[in-house]
Write a protein that binds this ligand. Structure first.
Ligand SMILES: [Zn+2]
Ligand SMILES: [Zn+2]
Length: 183
């Protein structure tokens, strides 16, 4: 769904979208299970800069929810993750801030994005918001043992027979030094 400036100039746009899996590219590690639901409102915000410059921003406020499947960070097993997020974002035309040293922001700088051309593609915003809503590291369970770094076996399912060094050689060296100091 393209939110177009020329339409926003006439009235705000309310949206209530159910985006089917596949329409938003979430990358190879993430799978969307069922429709992603997003609703909210887009509005035109006019910024006056100096006497003659008028910048047309798009303010996008709403919420999204989605059900996703992502690989466990340790063992790669699929983990189902629900994502819910409220957003309140401001998009400026790309290039509007070029060469500006000081710009007074009405909202936190982190929440400002840029749109190109005639409008803003809602799917692009949703993609970014979904990725921001995900925790950095997702594991299938808190004590996931992961994969053996040597043979690749899933250690939650079976213990492999790879040799685990009984003692780190660096510790052994330290112990020796300490032993010498003590005597
Ligand atoms: Zn895991
Ligand atoms: Zn192993």
């Amino acid at each position: 769904m393209l939110i177009e400036i020329h339409e926003l100039e006439r009235h705000p746009i309310d949206f209530d979208e159910k985006v089917p899996p596949g329409r938003i590219d979430l990358g190879a590690d993430l799978r969307q299970r069922g429709p992603l639901h997003a609703s909210g409102r887009a509005q035109l915000v006019e910024e006056h800069r100096g006497k003659h410059k008028l910048i047309k921003d798009i303010r996008l406020k709403g919420e999204l929810s989605a059900n996703l499947e992502i690989a466990c960070a340790r063992c790669l097993a699929p983990v189902v993750q629900n994502v819910e997020r409220d957003f309140d974002l401001l998009y400026r035309p790309r290039g509007a801030d070029a060469g500006q040293e000081e710009v007074s922001f009405s909202v936190a700088e982190a929440e400002i994005g840029y749109y190109e051309g005639t409008g803003l593609l809602l799917e692009d915003v949703l993609r970014e918001q979904v990725l921001l809503a995900l925790p950095l590291k997702i594991t299938c369970r808190e004590d996931c043992k992961g994969l053996c770094p040597h043979c690749g076996k899933n250690l939650n399912q079976e213990q492999c027979s790879c040799m685990v060094p009984a003692e780190d050689p660096r510790w052994a060296a330290l112990k020796e030094i300490r032993g010498r100091l003590e005597h």
